[in-house]
Design a protein around this ligand. Structure first.
Ligand SMILES: [Zn+2]
Length: 301
């Protein structure tokens, strides 16, 4: 039986916000069983809380924001990706402003904080959304599937015409080990022409070569180069794991993404929620249905 998890003790992270460039701080705080993951603005009257739920997602092509009745919080996906991989079910993420520290543009700062604080198992079993039939969302160009699988697996493919990116693909079983070693250090990336447009709009003021890979039309501008040969697709996989938290419960299935971004992930999560006959709630340790018969689904693209 897998039990729900939270942190052993609170831990704080400081840095700058990507868009404002202003100091940003968050504090991960343990939460009781069956709470879920909440952002909390301790600096606002009444300390309002916002659930990390698909209903509150306001996606852009650059990041995932959550907007509730009392506040918004932007660029949540890197922080949340570490929670998926480390199986954190219950957490209050306290903020003192609208932004999460960007760190180095990867999930490293969040992963290290959680591992430093330590995790504890709680008194209630984890409840999974266990996928029993394929679920699909797509557009002409972008495709996202969830297929039956005993575990959490992610296959992610990207295609960019840029000479330093091209087509990249990664396929991983997601757990603490694979996330730490294969995904957590992959940084976000952007193109110089887009960064200039964002800065003209007063956005991305905190963005720099210290917290993103930046490319011009031909080259990578960061003097240190890449952390992984295929760092770009690894970051997209990291983003997807962050967006998956908005499902509101852990997924047991195989997520297959082709040119997917934050917008597609949000539509896919909504599709999963609607597809009541394609998944069921289980507690791990209970008898799992045999999904071997489903393995003929052709998901490779
Ligand atoms: Zn990202």
């Amino acid at each position: 039986m897998f039990l729900q998890r939270t942190l052993r003790k609170p831990i704080e992270i400081e840095g700058i916000g990507l868009h404002t460039g202003a100091p940003a701080r968050l504090r991960f705080c343990p939460a009781p069983s069956n709470t879920g993951i909440y952002f909390v603005r301790k600096d606002l009257p009444g300390s309002p809380a916002l659930a990390t739920n698909w209903e509150f997602v306001k996606s852009t092509s650059f990041a995932t924001s959550l907007t509730g009745p009392e506040f918004s919080v932007s660029t949540v996906e890197h922080c949340l990706s570490a929670l998926t991989a480390l199986r954190i079910d219950n957490l209050f993420i306290e903020l003192t402003g609208p932004e999460i520290p960007i760190g180095d543009g990867s999930a490293s700062v969040f992963l290290e904080a959680i591992l430093t604080a330590g995790m504890v198992e709680q008194d209630q079993p984890r409840k999974y959304a266990y996928v029993t039939k394929p679920i699909y969302y797509g557009t002409a160009e972008k495709h996202a599937y969830v297929l039956p699988y005993n575990g959490l697996r992610l296959t992610c493919t990207i295609e960019f015409s840029h000479p330093k990116i091209g087509t990249q693909k990664i396929d991983l079983d997601i757990n603490e080990y694979s996330f730490t070693n294969e995904l957590s250090k992959a940084r976000t990336f952007g193109f110089l022409k887009d960064v200039e447009v964002l800065k003209e709009k007063g956005l991305a003021r905190g963005g720099s070569l210290d917290n993103a890979i930046v490319l011009d039309n031909q080259e990578i501008l960061n003097s240190g180069g890449l952390r992984y040969r295929d760092e770009f697709v690894r970051h997209k996989a990291l983003d997807a794991l962050g967006d998956l938290v908005t499902l509101g419960m852990p997924l047991m299935g195989h997520l297959v993404l082709f040119k997917s971004g934050h917008d597609v992930m949000n539509y896919l999560v909504r599709k999963i929620v609607e597809s009541k006959d394609s998944y069921r709630h289980i507690e791990l340790g209970a008898d799992l249905p045999d999904v071997a018969a489903d393995s003929q689904y052709n998901w490779s693209r």
